[in-house]
Design a protein around this ligand. Sequence first.
Ligand code: RNT
Ligand code: ZN
Length: 449
Amino acid sequence: MVEGAPTAAYHGRAENPLTISDRQRHMPNQVKKTEQAYRLARERYAELGVDTDRALKELGSVSISLHCWQGDDVGGFENLGQELGGGLAVTGNYPGKARTPDELRSDFIKAVSLIPGRHRLNLHACYAETGGRKVERDELRPEHFTNWMAWAGSNRLGLDFNQTYFAHPKAADGMTLSHPDSGIRRFWIEHGIRCREIGAAFGKALGKSCLTNLWIPDGMKDNPADRKAPRERLVEALDDVFRKKIDPKLNVDSVEGKLFGIGSESYVVGSHEFYLGYAVSRKKLICLDAGHYHPTEGIADKISSVLLYLPEIALHVSRGVRWDSDHVVTFTDDLVAIAQELVRGAYLGRVRIGLDYFDASINRVAAWVIGARNMLKALLWAMVEPSDRLRRVEAEGDYTSRLALQEESRSLPFGPVWDFHCLSSGAPVGESWLTEVKTYERHVLSKRG
Ligand code: RNT
Ligand code: ZN
């Protein structure tokens, strides 16, 4: 055991099929090596004024909201036979996607058992369980999510929520809350209202406030003649959705804008400016999705601006490749930049971090694990950067030293610190999680038709 370091004692997570002591028993050598390497790394960081023990403690308290839709290619369980639509596209046909709520829950439990920390599940309205009965989206109620709530409670997971404004006949022409037809608008307003109530029920059942995020696909393929009217209709519709006050301890709302989608290349009603104004004037959270801006525009730079005007924001951490392609989150400079902003600005208490991607070309459980571990890794990377020194030289106008130190810090012994974090959280160290995913694939996923 590393002296004075956080102990590797495992705080038995109900959802974790392997306790740390099981994992340790199987790999005493790995434990010893991980601890030794951490001891050296900790010393090296201490020379730069960085307290890695403190960083690990802070990281341990971060919860990421993991999106349910990576598990089944944004399918949901309504069986409407409707195309995904809304400009969303999932590619790949890797075998083993979850076909039922139970399969999705079991896959999710597998995934979180391989990710250090305690996290949340982000559900979409189309994952309702209606017991085979057709329940329209404007009729959804908390009882259609009873199983999700009970399961989340017993696994000590928080729940977040999203209205589903796509994959539905009333969204087929690419307009929902800003639709020119008032009947269709009304239907979607009612859906929005009901989802907030479901979010509040989640918050109440679990004792952790739910974030209900609203994103709509509304837009036009070609240049509109009138950009104004749909936006005017959208403001009104949103005000109707949000009219009822809900205790923020139970549910808070975010609104997510976008630059373009498939079929809405020329105009998106809910653009960034639209929602930034809306969020500030209506005291809602804005949700910044990393794939929803011009390809060279990062969301990292926006965080310290929007948090001047909003007490809290949400993130959809994603990875666009050439477009809003929703690739699995990898350890890119963009991801690190987001994490650095969150840590440097001490914003972690004001930002709800969610993931948003869907890749059907690889094992879906692995996709969750890779993205979530990367998000946490990037946060840790930011937490152990020699920030005091960097700030000092910057304040002195010594940009040469700032650049030199930033570049040198890339080769600090970061890996052992991350490995030790996984070890002490009861999660697999290094790529050993992959063996567990492969076993699960063999025994469970490959048996699905
Ligand atoms: C779409 C938005 C939205 C969706 C999910 C499924 O561009 O990013 O967040 O990905 O609601
Ligand atoms: Zn998103």
